[in-house]
Design a protein around this ligand. Sequence first.
Ligand code: NAD
Length: 428
Amino acid sequence: MTIKHEVPSYLTQHGIGPWGDYLEQIDRVTPYLGNLARWVETMKRPKRMLIVDVPIERDDGTIAHFEGYRVQHNTSRGPGKGGVRFHQDVTLSEVMALSAWMTVKNAAVNVPYGGAKGGIRVDPKTLSQGELQRMTRRYTSEINIIIGPNKDIPAPDVNTNEQIMAWMMDTYSMNQGSTASGVVTGKPISLGGSLGRREATGRGVFVVGCEAAVKRGLNIHGAKVAVQGFGNVGGIAARLFSEAGAKVVAVQDHISTVVRSSGLDVAALQAHVNETGSVAGFKGGEEISDRAQFWAVDCDILVPAALEQQITVENAPSIRAKIILEGANGPTSPAADDILHEKGVLVVPDVIANAGGVTVSYFEWVQDFSSFFWTEDEINLRLTRIMREAFAAVWQLAEEKKVSLRTAAFIVACTRVLQAREMRGLYP
Ligand code: NAD
């Protein structure tokens, strides 16, 4: 008997938004999945999606409501895992895509997790610390029914940090009556956080960047690097490249773009950002007013480390980099991917390039369960090994199948997820 699926419209928006980009990536990989392709629909349907109302009392006594989400895309290989984003443009569709990319990423680097993501549609810069804490705690309480150390483990993402994770851990623990440090990762060290976690994503970007440079015959020493986004991921990646002798020639954030062809002083720029909240007004470089010009900057390595859908058919033709390291999730549209491929630009996809964060989140979770904590050297060594091995495996498959690194990474990941799906079988 053939059963006809009624597919809800929000699941099928090909070409629209990040979820549309994700669907297209899955369509591109399906021909390489052999018999497992019969399970591919699994990848196109998030397992569970929760939308919550998050009301808080503001400092002036008024009541504000925010919309929150937690999406568990897939849990075939283990509990859900993925960050929480606070941003004014967060939508359900965006969180669906981000949760799906987590499924692919966790499988691509072979950590025993499914994929999940969460977010609140809010500009946190408009909240006081007290309001931010109340919103975080109420959101955590609302999603409490689906998260937990063995169910779904949130972590930091755009505009969330160790303090937010501490509030989330405390709220979950208060609700259940005992301390559950393994419910979130990216916590402060004093609460069971891991050494090296704060830097892990940027470090992973740097490690795969060095591997990609070897493949392209590029010397990191003296290489020109441009970075979009100077937060956790972009800031650390820029620092590590600069410490390795590369020249960080351009940095763009949500307000401004700063360039210096002889290389920006990254430590001074970081100090400026810590003080002012933006690269705008930094005296050690020239500010350019046309944001689009960032993409045409003369550089060898380009690191998009801000938001998704930044590299498009409009700006891809002007990109001069030899290598793109996707620090951000979903920064390149499928059509832009094709343009870059034609130009011979090596794109190291997000699901490999920024997997360092979830890898050390995994280490944090393991350390919390065993209550035995590792040294920073041990963590960085294990991180580096996992990143290099994942890059090498994907590189080899890309050569064999004559596909892009993204398609190769998706083949590795979807095969692992769908094999698990098939072995487990359908319940009931
Ligand atoms: P963050 O909040 O620390 O920093 C975000 C940066 O992006 C800031 O510098 C901000 O000014 C900039 N930005 C925001 N909007 C912008 C715009 N329109 N144009 C240019 N710059 C803009 O966030 P983060 O944790 O560094 O995350 C950045 C990206 O990396 C996101 O795509 C996130 O999903 C991804 N990522 C983060 C982690 C992690 O561990 N934090 C792990 C994997 C992937």
